[in-house]
Design a protein around this ligand. Structure first.
Ligand SMILES: NC(=O)c1ccc[n+]([C@@H]2O[C@H](COP(=O)([O-])OP(=O)(O)OC[C@H]3O[C@@H](n4cnc5c(N)ncnc54)[C@H](OP(=O)(O)O)[C@@H]3O)[C@@H](O)[C@H]2O)c1
Length: 206
């Protein structure tokens, strides 16, 4: 739902590869309605540590009255069969999965009508590679959560996920051929579409 007043939007993971580009696009002066963007990480003040429910509670008590929330953060461990012990799985469950789920539930409870939540999954959910089981599992769970919770969210509040594939900048950093990748700028566009569109319960793929 478009509104004429400036809308307040929180981006969790704002200093990261994807988050930086999301903040940049939302901050462009020609956007209607225009956004007041609040970039957040576990190290900002106020901050939000995805892995810490008390930190989420403090954040929600401090930051009131926002229209949209985007999460471009969340860790999960890569590792082959022998590396995947319970602790390795736990990283993704605590951070990328339950970190995002807890933030989404808290936001959906306070968003105004027309408000939205956009989470991050990843294409490993349905195109895994060796060593990606813990990451793929978490990505798939996020996508299932988004599709289902959209059916129960308070009326007029939307929730979606962006599912990035390999990002060119990440591939370059890892010494891979960036050719098949998507730039962080192009992926960021999908988050803006999720904020400004009318869809809910969707997984938007790069
Ligand atoms: N890059 C890719 O190719 C790719 C592909 C598919 C999916 N994804 C997913 O996209 C998401 C973002 O990826 P990215 O490459 O942009 O990551 P990134 O560059 O590492 O950025 C992560 C961001 O999250 C913040 N952060 C880290 N731990 C946090 C915590 N516990 N609580 C709150 N914020 C925290 C970081 O802050 P600091 O910098 O201060 O630590 C940073 O702003 C991840 O979930 C990743 O799995 C990425």
């Amino acid at each position: 739902m478009k509104q004429s007043r400036t809308q307040k939007i929180i981006v969790v993971g704002a200093t990261g590869l994807i988050g930086t580009q999301v903040v940049a696009q939302l901050s462009l002066g020609d956007r209607v309605p225009g956004y007041e963007v609040m970039g957040v990480t576990h190290e900002t003040e106020p901050g939000l540590d995805l892995t810490s429910p008390p930190s989420l509670q403090r954040f929600m008590d401090t930051v009131r009255g926002f229209d949209h929330l985007v999460v471009t953060a969340g860790d999960a461990r890569f590792g082959g069969f022998d590396a995947l012990d319970a602790a390795a799985f736990e990283v993704g469950l605590r951070s990328k999965l339950m970190g995002q789920v807890n933030v989404a539930m808290a936001a959906l409870r306070v968003l105004p009508p027309g408000g939205s939540v956009t989470l991050t999954s990843g294409q490993l959910a349905h195109t895994p590679i060796p060593g990606s089981a813990a990451v793929a599992m978490v990505n798939g769970a996020i996508e299932s959560f988004v599709r289902a919770i959209a059916l129960d969210a308070p009326a007029g509040r939307r929730i979606n996920a962006v599912s990035p594939g390999w990002i060119k900048e990440t591939m370059l950093r890892m010494g891979m051929d960036p050719g098949p990748g998507t730039s962080a700028w192009d992926v960021a566009r999908l988050y803006v579409e999720a904020v400004e569109g009318a869809m809910s319960g969707e997984v938007i793929e790069a």
